[in-house]
Design a protein around this ligand. Structure first.
Ligand code: UFG
Length: 330
């Protein structure tokens, strides 16, 4: 069977492609290379360059390939950018999902594993967050992905397209052999920014806000290693292929680290000083996000291999030290 990975040249997509290929699957990568990287495309996957919103492009790929399942990462995912440019998010993400589902329906492709997000929950009333908790996004990014979940739900009811929505918390780390890793331009995520400062490719690090109601006043997040996250997609595809019903799973570690704790851990792992200052809050940031991931562990039998933040940061550090310019295509 052939699995199409949309956004397979991006950070999480490329790690998932690598794990699928290692598992012996036949994989095609679909990516418009707007944020993805040529250098991240797995040489064992067939590559089609194009946009998820382009129905004719999708049709041409589905005509050439016998696609059995979709893993969908092709979306914009930067919270602060979505606050400034919400329509980009509803166009690229939400409208893109409509085009994809239409073409999937035309070609009778019935399974999709979807990159959803903790941002669909907004500011939680309680942590850890369960899948059944209210979804009230505080930013357009989360809103665009919540709409995508709902569109998939109604497409299941009407057309029988089954989905798994994987609601990621914070993702970090890189392939342990250092072959692929995180490379965004501009980079907005905490761990890569900290490591760029450690590597000397960035001058300054600001921690956004220290007056939140948390242990040290900085935001608390739940970090998962990108390879563990990739493996959850493979389990989710198997779950759908086994004929199970559409559903959503949180993917997190059930442990929260404050931004200052992450900084301290990075100082320890890199043995660098990593100067930092405290800045104002960033718009759209929830105070604390921690996942209850029991459902993924019970039903998908998902067992993250990286359960220690130092190990997660160490794999990201190996990537940054060996690839100070990322994939070198900026
Ligand atoms: N942060 C800083 N300084 C920086 C960058 C980030 O203090 O230079 C802080 C943020 O304010 C936040 C924490 O580090 O408190 C983590 O921020 P990231 O940008 O790394 O990640 P987010 O939590 O904003 O977002 C991530 C994913 C989203 C996902 C979200 C869940 O990138 O796709 O988790 O809310 F939706």
């Amino acid at each position: 069977m052939t699995i199409a990975v949309l956004g397979g040249a991006g950070y999480i997509g490329s790690h998932t492609v690598a794990r699928l290929v290692e598992a012996g699957e036949d994989v095609i990568v679909i990516d418009n290379l707007v944020t993805g990287h040529k250098g991240a495309i797995n040489p064992k996957a067939r590559f089609y360059q194009g946009d998820v919103r382009d129905r004719d492009f999708l049709r041409s790929v589905f005509k050439q390939e016998q696609v059995d399942g979709i893993v969908h990462f092709a979306a914009s995912s930067i919270v602060p950018e979505s606050m400034r440019d919400p329509l980009k998010y509803f166009d690229n993400n939400t409208y893109g999902m409509i085009a994809l589902l239409e073409v999937m329906n035309e070609f009778n492709v019935k399974n999709i594993v979807f990159s959803s997000t903790a941002a669909t929950y907004g500011e939680p009333k309680q942590v850890p967050i369960k899948e059944t908790d209210p979804q009230v996004p505080t930013n357009p990014y989360g809103e665009s992905k919540l709409a995508m979940e709902k569109i998939m739900h109604w497409s299941d009811v009407a057309y029988g397209i089954k989905f798994v929505a994987l609601r990621y918390f914070n993702v970090a780390g890189a392939m342990p052999d250092g072959s692929i890793g995180e490379d965004h331009n501009p980079e907005t995520h905490l761990i890569p920014i900290i490591l760029q400062v450690a590597a000397g490719t960035r001058d300054n690090l600001q921690i956004f806000g220290d007056d939140y109601p948390t242990k040290d006043g900085t935001n608390v997040r739940d970090y998962v290693h990108v390879v563990d996250l990739a493996d959850a997609h493979i389990l989710a595809m198997k779950y759908l292929q086994d004929g199970h019903d559409s559903t959503a799973f949180n993917l997190g570690s059930a442990t929260g680290f404050s931004n200052l704790e992450i900084l301290e851990a990075a100082r320890k792992v890199t043995e660098k000083e990593i100067p930092a200052s405290i800045g104002p809050r960033r718009a759209g940031d929830p105070s604390t996000l921690i996942a209850a991931s029991d459902k993924a562990r019970d039903i998908l039998h998902w067992q993250p291999a990286f359960d220690n933040i130092d190990d997660i940061i160490a794999t990201a550090w190996k990537w940054h030290e060996t690839h100070p310019e990322g994939f070198g295509d900026h």
